[in-house]
Design a protein around this ligand. Structure first.
Ligand SMILES: CC(=O)N[C@H](C=O)[C@@H](O)[C@H](O)[C@H](O)CO
Ligand SMILES: CC(=O)C(=O)O
Length: 274
């Protein structure tokens, strides 16, 4: 009985996940969500519903990246991460297009468990950073780690989260992508949080045809990433500067580069990097 129930629920989960995974292609802005806390430091799940509405209605943002850098996922317990993931998936079900859950951790079993959980609750994708204390020193070691994580969620896309300024793992993405689908069949792309636009442009040029998504992660220079072919971006500022960044995407698509630059500069001013 139990095992029948288990396999039925696994099947339901698989169908739900594959339904989500076959959704609209991920493009445009993805807000890296912040983690709301109560005054006594507990995660505050009660505001996630409002948060979803705010992003969709006020910012024009329909995709989220949960438990990443902005959400301080690495500073949360596994249980907190799972609760947040579940709340975002549930609240976002009819309103958001993509809910990507960051499942990276220093411990491989923990990362695998978070990946399994994200798949079970119906997330539309998962992402993981490289472990950053005992670091992989070459591509083989990094891929071995990511492969184990991704295989726990075999029906949803996997994105590698490249953020060398914080992880110290500097494995070149152009090398990483070479042959990656053979090793990680669910590999869908990279959240690229580095300023190396030469590597980024080379990846766009070389791997676009394999339909990898390279989501740019340095909000201050998104326009430069658009210029070399980016079609999506994940970042903290899309929580509150979603409209301006959507306008920038639009201006760029309309080939109004002066206007696009105006929006990029307005973002810089807001971040006080002018
Ligand atoms: C280190 C960090 O948090 N990077 C974020 C994404 O990866 C960005 O969205 C930045 O928060 C943003 O570019 C503002 O500096
Ligand atoms: C900014 C980003 O993408 C993150 O917080 O993970």
């Amino acid at each position: 009985m139990l095992s029948t129930k288990g396999s039925v629920s696994r099947e339901v989960t698989r169908l739900r996940s594959s339904a989500m995974a076959s959704q609209k292609k991920l493009q445009g802005l993805v807000a890296a969500t912040v983690t709301p806390l109560t005054s006594d430091g507990k995660i505050n799940l009660s505001v996630i519903g409002q948060y979803v509405d705010y992003l969709v209605d006020k910012q024009g943002v329909k995709n989220v990246f949960v438990n990443g850098t902005t959400g301080e996922g690495l500073a949360l317990s596994s249980q907190e991460r799972k609760q947040l993931a579940e709340e975002w998936v549930n609240q976002g079900k009819k309103k958001l297009e993509h809910v990507i859950i960051h499942v990276g951790a220093l411990s491989l079993p923990e990362s695998k468990e978070l990946a399994r959980h994200a798949a079970e609750i119906g997330a539309s994708g998962i992402s993981a950073i490289a472990p950053f204390f005992f670091k992989p020193t070459n591509k083989g070691a990094l891929v071995a780690f990511l492969r184990e994580v991704a295989s726990e969620a075999p029906h949803i896309p996997f994105y590698y989260y490249h953020i060398p300024p914080l992880t110290g793992v500097k494995i070149c993405i152009e090398d990483l992508l070479d042959g990656i689908k053979k090793q990680i069949p669910t590999f869908q792309g990279v959240k690229y949080s580095d300023t190396d636009l030469l590597d980024f442009a080379q990846c766009m040029d070389k791997y676009n045809k394999e339909q990898f998504l390279l989501l740019y992660g340095v909000d201050e220079q998104l326009l430069s990433a658009l210029a070399v072919g980016a079609t999506g971006a994940v970042g903290s500022t899309y929580n509150y500067l979603g409209q301006a960044n959507n306008m920038m995407f639009q201006a760029y698509a309309n080939q109004d580069f002066a206007l696009a630059r105006k929006y990029q500069v307005s973002v810089l001013h807001k971040l006080k990097r002018s």
